[in-house]
Design a protein around this ligand. Sequence first.
Ligand code: FMN
Length: 161
Amino acid sequence: MKDVQPGEALDDLIKPYTIVTSSDGKQSDAMTTVWASQVSFDPPMVMISVGKKRKTHELIENSGEFVVNTLRESQKKVADYCGHASLKSEDKLKEQNIEVQKASKVMAPLLKGSPSALECKVFSRQDCGDHTVFIGEVVAAHKEEGTPVGLFKNDMVMPGK
Ligand SMILES: Cc1cc2nc3c(=O)[nH]c(=O)nc-3n(C[C@H](O)[C@H](O)[C@H](O)COP(=O)(O)O)c2cc1C
């Protein structure tokens, strides 16, 4: 193998393509997130890595909760919007008419149409450079028909294709 810059090899990681929703009870937000993973079976736990300047960061710090929503192919436009618009004043969900439904155990909403959603309460947080890794215990989970997608570099990848 030849030596490369870390970024070149990191690009080879295939990531889950998700939207993390958050809420402090007054305002809600949705952020496209690919730095996400399961980290424990029992109890079920996941991690997400959130840039410190994101509105999502503020809402998770304030509420101690978040939801990881997986994505299906047809939700690409929602993911593009929630990944690039980042004005802290803006309400992405309302402005784009992104349909949500109430979660059962947290304030953050579930994205309608996602193949699955994991409601999480923050178990711990780790400072990681310009991001914070939030580890969440999954307190409720939901599923619909459909296959979730992943991301490789800038391309959506689909299991089985
Ligand atoms: C494909 C894609 C993946 C992203 N993954 C992450 C991520 O894992 N963590 C993160 O903090 N930002 C990630 N971002 C950037 C945020 O989605 C973006 O800054 C977003 O506008 C932040 O929203 P907010 O300020 O409303 O929280 C990603 C963006 C794209 C397009």
